[in-house]
Unconditional design. Structure first.
Length: 202
């Protein structure tokens, strides 16, 4: 993250996202695949680390191997407007992504490993108010009833693996669009660590 100053002199925190260039690596149609979709490739990948089947797939599109492949269904894009091997940059969607517009950003949140209920679900803990306790400050407390139903119901919020999930941040304001460098500045934070892959939805 970084921050920029608005024309009014206000310092606003923002995130810089590199949007493209993306290459159309496959066009799926109802006749060939049963549905309409557009497959986009982003990021460079070494040929020695690319399986032979993937190499042929990218050669058919006339492009080098890509790190990430994302499929966009027909309800979000018209596949007839694109050609195989076409390079899509921020300049192609600049008409939609203007300053002060709002976008949704999808990504994978940071993995935090196995965490307890205080950090994972914002429990308050048992605390030190009960007599006879010395090591139960961060415990979840009682999990269920006694003789009936004599079990813990499924879905109970308990300790477990935290993070590493698909997260969508909605209605992030576009502060600035830098077309020549394919950069998008959105207000606030986005899911994931630095350098992670994101999907910007408009």
């Amino acid at each position: 993250m970084t921050s920029i100053f608005t024309p009014e002199g206000k310092n606003v925190p923002c995130t810089v996202i590199e949007v493209g260039p993306c290459v159309v690596t496959q066009i799926k149609t109802v006749e060939t695949d049963g549905y309409n979709a557009l497959q986009l490739g982003f990021g460079e990948k070494k040929e020695k680390n690319t399986p032979k089947a993937e190499k042929k797939h990218f050669e058919k599109a006339g492009t080098s191997p890509k790190r990430i492949l994302v499929e966009i269904r027909d309800n979000e894009v018209n596949v007839n407007d694109y050609n195989l091997g076409q390079v899509i940059t921020l300049a192609d969607v600049e008409v939609m992504l203007k300053d002060n517009e709002y976008v949704d950003v999808v990504g994978t949140s940071k993995g935090k490993g196995f965490q307890g209920v205080l950090k994972r679900h914002n429990y308050s803990g048992v605390g030190g108010t009960t007599r006879g306790q010395h090591n139960r400050l961060r415990a979840p407390g009682s999990l269920g009833a006694g003789s009936y139903p004599a079990r813990v119901f499924p879905g109970k919020r308990m300790a477990g693996r935290m993070g590493g999930e698909r997260v969508k941040m909605q209605n992030l304001q576009v502060l600035q669009v830098i077309v020549d460098k394919n950069l998008l500045l959105v207000k606030g934070s986005v899911p994931g660590a630095n350098g992670s892959i994101l999907i910007v939805e408009y």
